[in-house]
Design a binder for this molecule. Structure first.
Ligand code: ATP
Length: 235
């Protein structure tokens, strides 16, 4: 079953169209990876799902048309977005950041969710009273992910979680995402330059080139396909 289906999606900034009628699907409970060169339109795909850019076409979440819906309503329907650069609040504490993530639910549910994600990311519990701006890059990325999960989303959108992180830390982030996918029912759609790591936890990849989806392929074996490797994996 697909949690999200995208049909004939166009998106534009002002008069400039950057997505030219794309189709893809995000199977429920799986990790789907979006691959493409710089400027291909990957970030715009995530922004389109949250209706943060002007779109036309059809985006369905669990069969329901969310095209044109307000961004906050889409969040309430269970879509959480971790943008590039993470979007954590540097002057708020770790705990305050996590509580922001619970804005769509009651205080009691938020309390439980925050404790649950502290168990999952023990380093965040250790740093609960510290300002988020003082955390390392990896810790900030974990915080951004945990904050998104506090709301108990059905669909988690992640934009380049490895950006600016050392390889070892990037591995840790992807290991955490793999566990989240296995241990919860969260469906993940992730844009990532580090295709290798992303394909390890992904079940399919959406290949994007110049605002068009070239193909959606199973992740297994993709890293060994020479044409894909040259065009999308950069080696
Ligand atoms: P990157 O890997 O560099 O983040 P991307 O694949 O995520 O690239 P997008 O950020 O979606 O690509 O950008 C797609 C196109 O839209 C690019 O040509 C970019 O210059 C343009 N674009 C992005 N944001 C805006 C904006 N706010 N206003 C106008 N054009 C934009």
């Amino acid at each position: 079953m697909n949690l999200l289906t995208v049909e004939n999606l166009h998106a534009r900034y002002g008069h400039a169209e950057v997505l030219h009628g794309i189709d893809f699907r995000v199977p429920a409970g799986e990790v789907t990876v979006v691959l493409g060169a710089n400027g291909a339109g990957k970030t715009t795909i995530l922004r389109s799902i949250c209706q943060m850019v002007r779109t036309s076409g059809c985006i369905r979440l669990d069969g329901r048309d969310i095209t044109g819906m307000r961004t906050d309503r889409i969040a309430r329907l269970g879509v959480a977005h971790v943008p590039q650069g993470r979007g954590t609040f540097g002057t708020l504490t770790v705990e305050e950041n996590l509580r922001v993530g619970g804005f769509t639910t009651s205080a009691a549910i938020t309390d439980r969710a925050v404790e649950h994600w502290y168990d999952f990311f023990p380093r965040l519990r250790e740093r609960r009273n510290q300002q988020a701006g003082g955390l390392s890059g990896g810790e900030q990325q974990m915080l951004a992910i945990a904050r998104a999960l506090v709301a108990g989303p059905r669909l988690l959108l992640l934009d380049e979680p490895s950006l600016g992180l050392a390889p070892r830390i990037t591995q840790e982030v992807f290991r955490a995402l793999g566990r989240i996918s296995q241990e919860t029912e969260t469906t993940i759609l992730v844009v990532e330059q580090n295709a290798h790591l992303a394909l390890e936890i992904g079940t399919s990849a959406v290949l994007v080139d110049a605002g068009r989806v070239v193909a959606q392929r199973p992740a297994a074996g993709l890293a060994h396909d020479e044409s894909v490797r040259r065009a999308y994996l950069g080696y």
